[in-house]
Design a protein around this ligand. Structure first.
Ligand code: COA
Length: 260
């Protein structure tokens, strides 16, 4: 089990896969068997349905990562935890029961992340920010308040993408911690000015969340939302898995460091 009162976040970068010595290795040309072996039949089928290899790699890496860290936390083989979804579609643990363990995962082009918490629900979102073409008016109106949207005017493309994804990842992490995901109107999530907290103001629920941010790579931004009861001043622990290409793209625990 992870220690009481802990939130852990794990990431896997898929862009520059490196050998142990740090030399860049080739990216896989199919989802490695070692990753597929960690998935359950439903996850495998969903992975196979994705058309682009990059999406299949990120999906499989995320679900393999989740099973590895859940298994480690529960002291079980990765395949043993039985996952199901709640009525909002949020993945939850069906067995073993009574663990008090919460988790969430996110995947995007080139990066996968999984969060575990023993202090209540948790939500994580990771996004690649080097896609300014995606930022159309409809998406901005969905994700940002009018004043946040007008603050984008006049910014360079890079600064605009940074500002947009800072708000997007924070709101998506909160929506996923809450469990309603994209069905929660994003502008009902009010972000604190200092970026360290958020309040869901509607519908019906007013709830505070703590927020943390991380840059897991030059082009990726991650936000994590956790219970406000997580001790004041406490920081989540950050772990990373790396992929060793010459070893059948084995997933290896590489780094365990304090939140940056
Ligand atoms: C969750 C959601 C915000 C995903 O956002 P995204 O940027 O596309 O993807 P991310 O990689 O960040 O997160 C996806 C993961 O969030 C998790 N997730 C799905 N629904 C979730 C929810 N309601 N709350 C929290 N997490 C959720 C899943 O693990 C999912 O990964 P998977 O599809 O590979 O199993 C969005 O799809 C959503 O709101 N879904 C709920 C509504 C819905 O479509 N339900 C369908 C019924 S299954």
């Amino acid at each position: 089990m992870i220690p009481a009162g802990t939130i852990e976040v794990w990431t896997i970068g898929l862009d520059g896969l490196s050998e142990d010595g740090g030399r860049a290795g080739p990216a896989p040309d199919a989802v490695p068997r070692a990753w597929i072996a960690l998935l359950d039949p439903d996850e495998t089928e969903r992975c196979c349905r994705l058309r682009r290899l990059r999406d299949r790699l990120a999906f499989a890496a995320a679900h393999a990562l989740l099973r590895l860290v859940l298994g480690k936390a529960l002291n079980l083989p990765p395949a043993a935890p039985v996952l199901t979804r709640d009525r909002n579609g949020k993945p939850v643990l069906a067995a073993p029961t009574g663990t008090g363990l919460h988790f969430n995962l996110s995947h995007t082009d080139g990066m996968a992340a999984a969060a575990l918490s023993s202090v209540g629900p948790v939500g994580v979102d990771v996004e690649a920010v080097d896609r300014p073409g995606d930022l159309d008016d409809a998406l901005i109106a969905f994700a940002l308040t009018p004043s946040e949207a007008s603050a984008l005017t006049g910014l360079s493309e890079t600064a605009r993408a940074e500002a947009f994804f800072a708000a997007w990842t924070a709101r998506e992490a909160v929506a996923k911690a809450d469990g309603r995901g994209l069905s929660l109107p994003f502008t009902s999530i009010s972000l604190d000015r200092d970026g360290r907290g958020a309040t869901i103001t509607a519908p019906a629920t007013v709830r505070r969340w703590r927020l943390w941010r991380h840059h897991p790579s030059a082009r990726h931004r991650l936000a994590l939302a956790g219970a406000e009861t997580f001790g004041p001043g406490a920081e989540p622990a950050l772990g990373a898995l790396t992929i060793t290409p010459r070893d059948g793209y084995a997933l290896t625990l590489k780094r365990w460091s304090p939140w940056p």
